[in-house]
Every structure is written in C-alpha cells, then in structure tokens.
Ligand binder design. Structure first.
Ligand code: PA5
Length: 447
C-alpha cells in the first residue's frame, strides 16, 4: 500500500489545475523513459529498479557484515561525502533516538560520520573519541578518489592500525566502492578488506538503497529489508501509474514545475520533527545536484519548524516572494506525552492541558501553512503515517523518481554534477597538486 499522501490544494492561489495537468503528457513520457532507461543520462538509471533487483543474497551478506561490525564496535565511523554519506545519515538519524546517551543504551554501535568536511578540529576530536572506544570503519567512495574521505581514511587507517595492529585492523574495515576502478578498490584488494560494490549505473545521490546506505543503516541496527520493501512498493506503483490525479510522484513533479514557471524558484522542505533534519539534507543534495545546471533549477533549502519559525520564519512570511514550501508531515509520533495541568497556570497553558504534544505540533503546522499561503507562499504537503523503515523506503523512492522526472522536465541530465568540479580544480591548483601546474599559475594571478 502507498502510504504517502500529497496535498497541493494550497498551491492554487498561484497555479491553476490546468497549468499543473498540462505537464501530464511530458510526465508520462518521462516515467516511461526512466523505467525503460532511455532518458538523458540513462547509464545512471540503475537506482530505478534497485528495490526489485536487490537479491536476498546481498541483503544477507550486508546483515552478516553488519553483525560482525556490531560485535566489534561501540562506534562505527562511516567515511564518505555527498551521496556516499547523506542517505545513510538521513535514515539513521530519522530512526535513532535524539540523544547520544539513549542511542548507546540500545546496544548497537553509535554511528559517527567523517570525511564529509576538511576540518582539522573535527578529525582531531574524532581521534580523541576513538582512543577510548572500540571502533570499526565503513569507508564509502564510488570513485575512490574523493579528497575529503581520502584524507579522513588516511588518518583513521593510521589510527586503527596503531590501536589494534595491522592484522586485527583489517577485520574492522569495510570498503564500499566501484567493482574494479579507483584507488580505494586497489587498496581494499591489497589489504584484503571486505568490500561491497556501488553499482556502476547508480550515482552517489541515488545510492541510499544500495550497499552505500544499506550497510551503515544495518550496522546502526535498523531493518534494511523493510526499507527495501517500502521502496519496492513505490517502485511497483510508479510502474503502473504516471497519472497526476493518481500518483503523488507525478503530482509533486508537476506542481513544483508549474510553480517554478510562475517564478517560485526556491523550494523549502519543511519538517516539524527534529529527527528529519538529515533527511532534509539528503533531499537538498538530491534535488540541488540533480536540477541545478545550465542556469536552471529550483534552489532547494531546508527549514526545521517550529525552531526556524523563530529565525527564517519572518523571511518566509514577508520576504521576497520567490518561495514555495513542501512540508514532510508525520501523522503520528512514536511516543505519547501529555501536557500536564498546573494549578498556578502562570504560563497560561491550562487551555491545552491534557493534550498530546503532537496535537499542538499539528496545530502549529496547520497554522503555519495557512499563514504562509496568506503571505504568498504556496504550501505543498506530503504526509506519512509515522517514521519507520518501511515508510522511509517509500519516501526515498518517491523523491528519487520525482527528482529524475523534474530534471527531465527542465531538460537537464539529472544524474551528472559537472559544477562540483570547479571548487576541486581551484583547491588542487592552490595546493599544488601534480598535473595542475597551469591552473596553479592562473589562480595565483587571481589572488
Ligand atoms: O551524488 C554524487 O554523485 C556525489 O555527491 C558523490 O556522491 C560525492 O561527490 C562523493 O563521491 P564518491 O562516492 O566518488 O567519493
């Protein structure tokens, strides 16, 4: 069953039904091109049937590897950046307790992340933590050559080999990379590390349902079978219908593109649950890197409500009118906590005494959406019944499909990221990397 509901009634002040349904012909073609792997960038459409093509054998292998890492570690360090990082973090943080002390109580290793920045302080503090903890490493890089994770792994490899000895350290390192290419694959072969493959035809930001996301999620103690089952349900559904009036995927792709054509060039993904913070980060990367090219694309930003209603809420209500927002709404919370009655009532909260906090959060959500629509910010709402592996699987596939279709509507290749190279070229030139001599000379003139 499809658990995602999409409500776009609150976009009608800005776009008409006709403007939305005008995308139907295109959308039908794009769904077909994705399913038949004939669209732009079609050598990177492997994500589209990952749920149906992932065999039980691979899932069991991932679970076995995860169990081994769990028994060896209090902390598992996941090294990776971009698509080799955000999907796993999004799911793990969405399912985990909010507080580190509670996380450890559950008995599974705490997952920490490295290689997603180049901060000296971050790595130095991580080493301090690892001095005192039993730990393992999961190193993820499809290319095997990305600078940030390469630096982190070089440092962590030294540390883990000093701590456990070279031989024992091998048992504590798992590599997820290309089947044959890249420095990481070569190193894994030379050292004899356990490896998992990032499929050739799956790009980083679409790889959360491959070992890239599945292994760290399993190490954290979550059910990757249910995650895949949820995504398979959505894969099957998108194979049957591309109709805007039936499919939330088709409707979301159509509405956001209709809004874009009306000058709404910024989409804010809003959550009212702090545990969805990194899910929003994953979504930002998925859409930003996929759509933002050839001077086109909706700029994706995230907002965490009600926290951010006390910061950027002012701008959303009354600033430049180039925004629309999409709320990822969670219908039920996992716990129940009622607001207590207080005899003194100095805070004047007795009018909501006895209500679950979730109800108050929902009224904040509804009140905010009405205020924002009144202020000229169209409001779209995606709902899931609760945060679970199964529902996250559905929403992940939902967004991947909607993103690819949106990219095709914009007539860009949603699976490349040529713009990411610019900063790397400059950084290599400034650091004097061999082979970048011309760039070094040119950039020095700019300083
Ligand atoms: O989505 C993408 O392809 C990128 O964000 C990559 O995942 C990111 O650059 C990391 O690349 P790699 O896995 O090769 O280290």
């Amino acid at each position: 069953m499809i658990n995602i509901k999409f409500d776009y009634e609150k976009a009608f002040d800005c776009v008409s039904k006709k403007e939305i349904f005008d995308f139907q012909v295109q959308i039908t073609q794009h769904f077909k091109a994705i399913k038949e792997k004939t669209g732009k960038g079609n050598n990177f459409l492997g994500w589209a049937d990952l749920p149906s093509k992932t065999g039980k054998g691979l899932l069991k292998k991932i679970d076995n590897s995860a169990q081994k890492l769990q028994t060896l570690s209090e902390v598992n360090v996941v090294v990776g950046i971009g698509g080799s990082y955000l999907g796993a973090r999004a799911v793990i943080e969405a399912l985990s307790p909010h507080f580190n002390l509670l996380k450890r109580k559950l008995g599974n290793p705490v997952i920490v992340f490295a290689g997603n920045n180049i901060s000296e302080d971050y790595l130095a503090e991580l080493l301090q933590l690892l001095d005192e903890k039993e730990y393992t490493l999961t190193v993820i890089s499809k290319s095997g050559t990305t600078t940030e994770p390469a630096i982190a792994f070089r440092i962590l490899k030294n540390h883990i080999e000093k701590k456990y000895g070279k031989y024992a350290a091998k048992e504590r390192i798992v590599i997820i990379t290309d089947k044959v290419k890249g420095a990481l694959k070569q190193l894994a072969d030379e050292e004899g590390y356990e490896t998992f493959v990032v499929p050739d035809d799956v790009g980083g930001r679409y790889s959360v349902l491959s070992p890239v996301g599945l292994l760290p999620i399993a190490v954290a103690g979550y059910n990757i079978w249910q995650l895949l089952e949820g995504s398979l349900e959505m894969e099957n559904f998108t194979a049957v219908s591309a109709k805007i009036d039936e499919s939330p995927v088709a409707a979301y792709a159509a509405v956001r593109n209709a809004l874009y054509r009306k000058g709404k060039t910024i989409e804010i993904m809003v959550n009212f649950e702090p545990r969805l913070f990194y899910f929003t980060e994953w979504w930002k990367q998925l859409f930003g890197e996929s759509e933002g090219k050839e001077n086109k694309g909706i700029f994706p930003v995230g907002a965490n409500f009600t926290t951010d209603l006390h910061s950027v809420g002012q701008y959303i209500q009354e600033g430049s009118r180039s925004l629309f927002e999409t709320v990822l709404s969670v219908e039920n919370s996992n716990s129940e906590l009622l607001i207590p009655y207080d005899a003194l009532n100095l805070d004047k909260l007795n009018y909501i005494a006895g209500k679950p906090i979730h109800e108050v959060n929902h009224m904040a959500e509804l009140g905010t959406s009405i205020a924002h629509v009144d202020g000229g910010v169209p409001n779209l709402k995606l709902s899931i019944p609760e945060i679970s592996e199964y529902n996250l699987g559905q929403i992940i596939y939902f967004y991947e499909m909607a993103c690819a279709v949106s990219g095709y509507i914009l007539d860009v290749n949603p699976f490349n990221q040529p713009g990411v190279e610019a900063y790397k070229r400059n950084m290599f030139a400034l650091l004097g990397k061999p082979g970048f001599e011309n760039e070094t000379e040119l950039i020095r003139k700019k300083l």
